[in-house]
Design a protein around this ligand. Structure first.
Ligand code: RAM
Length: 363
């Protein structure tokens, strides 16, 4: 497996809060992000005057709190610099819904479009139309093929996330037994990349040899479907030990099912502290001993700063370039698993009983 190169230079503020990594836990939210939490997200264009540029964000779908926090950070960065924000939340987590949203943004003549993609390939044509219309195109959270955008603003590297999740499964299962993955949609670029990397890791390292992946189920980032899929996994696999849900919607739904049923199956994955606080703990009464995520508000901010720098021409997204990202500091463009250009917000944090309450206030 190719090692992902993550080239991020962080300010002291960001480093203090963000670099806890997979092995440790971050006890304190970053100071910059606490301020961000106090700023209400705006889902409409900012009321600005004059020559303000307009920066659009297309989320995966409406009703997902992760996407709302991403939009909150994006809005804070852009409006803080006097720009206008347009947030489009498609009704469902599909490529078709995003194509409609992007077409509407092209008609509106926005200056940039940043998308968290529901499909790696299906948006190529509409994003090309956006570029032909002079609109800057970038991605965040979930990428498209590299030729369709200038840069991907991601969380931690794909392999970093996969290592955290596989090691959590290994630890929580006691080193052996069956586990299942509860994902988002089957086309989601980010979940598919993490899952592929987890599978490659499980095959390449002997320490995972006694773990058996029984199924990858898809809850489509819908609470009810994720609930149904969790129940189906429990019925199908009576010996199941761990469910890993690399989606904030999926993990919250699964946590409730497991805890309500008093199931002995344990849970880990990627979750929002505010949604998971009631389920985090190592005793029998809690379904999730620990989980991971990055600072999602900062991810949105970084996407906002990248959008503005692409539009003002100070940044093209090429490897090695520097991006001035306000209170996030200077971030350097690196390369992802397939050589594509990425800027990353930092290693995932581990959330457990010790730090969940503090983080739940932030995101
Ligand atoms: C869900 C979405 C999002 C992903 C998080 C972890 O909210 O699928 O794309 O990054 O989970």
């Amino acid at each position: 497996m190719k090692k992902q190169i993550v080239s991020v230079l962080l300010t002291a503020t960001m480093a203090a809060g963000l670099l806890a990594g997979c092995g440790g836990s971050s006890s304190e939210p970053a100071a910059a992000s606490s301020a961000a939490a106090e700023t209400a997200a705006s889902s409409a264009a900012a009321e600005t005057t004059g020559e303000a540029k307009t920066y659009a964000l297309v989320t995966k779908s409406a009703g997902n709190p992760f996407m709302e926090l991403l939009a909150q950070g994006f809005t804070e960065a852009v409006e803080g610099a006097g720009g206008q924000v347009v947030i489009q939340n498609p009704e469902s987590a599909t490529a078709d819904a995003q194509i409609s949203a992007i077409n509407s943004l092209i008609s509106q003549g926005v200056d940039s479009i940043c998308v968290s993609a529901n499909d790696a390939n299906a948006l190529s044509a509409v994003l090309q139309q956006a570029k032909d219309a002079g609109i800057q195109v970038l991605t965040t959270d979930s990428d498209v093929e590299a030729s369709s955008r200038s840069v991907f603003v991601g969380p931690a590297g794909v392999d970093d996330v996969a290592v955290c999740l596989m090691d959590a499964i290994l630890d929580i299962s006691g080193g052996e037994g069956q586990y299942a993955i509860l994902s988002a949609t089957s086309q989601a670029t980010n979940q598919n990349a993490w899952i592929d990397s987890m599978k490659a890791l499980a095959e390449s390292d002997e320490k995972y040899a006694n773990l058996e992946l029984v199924e990858v189920a898809y809850g489509d980032d819908e609470p009810q479907k994720s609930t149904d899929q969790t129940q189906a996994l429990l019925q199908k696999y009576p010996d199941l030990k761990v469910i890993c849900a690399p989606t904030t919607v999926g993990i919250a739904a699964a946590a409730k099912v497991l805890q309500d049923q008093g199931s002995s199956v344990k849970l880990t994955g990627l979750g929002l502290p505010s949604e998971m606080q009631a389920y985090i703990g190592t005793d029998d009464a809690h379904s999730c001993p620990y989980m991971y995520l990055w600072n999602n508000i900062d991810l949105g901010k970084l996407a906002g700063y990248a959008s503005m720098a692409l539009v003002d021409g100070s940044f093209t997204g090429a490897e090695g370039e520097s991006l001035e990202a306000g209170d996030l500091g200077t971030v350097t463009v690196g390369t992802g698993l397939n050589g594509e250009t990425v800027v990353n917000v930092g290693a995932p944090f581990r959330f457990d009983a010790e730090n969940i309450a503090e983080w739940a206030e932030l995101m």
